[in-house]
Design a binder for this molecule. Structure first.
Ligand code: FES
Ligand code: FES
Length: 159
């Protein structure tokens, strides 16, 4: 089926096969290997990308049904730099295999949440529950997000 896929602001005209997964199209056809291929069953979150700014598991999403704008970790290199630095500073990754999915999930969470919600570690942990990380115990990941919370500095000086 001939389809047009909008990925990181570029239009790709593709002949999509049956239930071909979005993850495989991104990695194998477009060369965007940031989204990781791990469980391939929708259980680990390593393949998380955004579709119209909402997190989606690319391994269980047929590419042919995607209608919105797809954003991969390659497409947010600049926007995610403060978050990447916070992950590094706070020990938010060790092996790093889960990190692209964590970053994409975190960007969506930061975009839709208040500083108070991000400050609540339980809220952050709940949002990241679908992104499995075996290395870090999540504490560093939660701190990294909290460092990047919207208006955090402003609110801190307002107190
Ligand atoms: S590879 Fe997609 S959820 Fe694990
Ligand atoms: S940093 Fe190793 S699985 Fe997340």
């Amino acid at each position: 089926m001939r389809s047009v896929l909008d990925v990181n602001g570029e239009q790709h005209e593709l002949d999509l096969r049956g239930a071909e997964r979005l993850l495989d199209v991104l990695r194998d056809r477009l060369g965007l290997t940031g989204a990781k291929s791990a469980c391939r069953q929708g259980e680990c979150g390593a393949c998380t990308v955004l579709v119209d700014q909402r997190p989606v598991l690319a391994c269980v999403t047929p590419a042919a049904v995607v209608r919105g704008a797809v954003t991969t970790v390659e497409g947010v290199a600049e926007a995610a730099e403060p978050l990447r630095q916070a992950f590094a500073d706070e020990g938010g990754f060790q092996c790093g295999f889960c990190t692209p999915g964590q970053i994409m999930r975190a960007l969506a969470l930061l975009a839709e949440s208040s500083a108070e919600e991000i400050a609540d570690g339980g809220t952050v942990r709940a949002a990241l529950a679908g992104n499995v990380c075996r290395c870090t115990g999540y504490a560093g990941i939660v701190r990294a997000l909290q460092r990047c919370a919207p208006n955090q500095d402003q609110e801190a000086t307002d107190v």
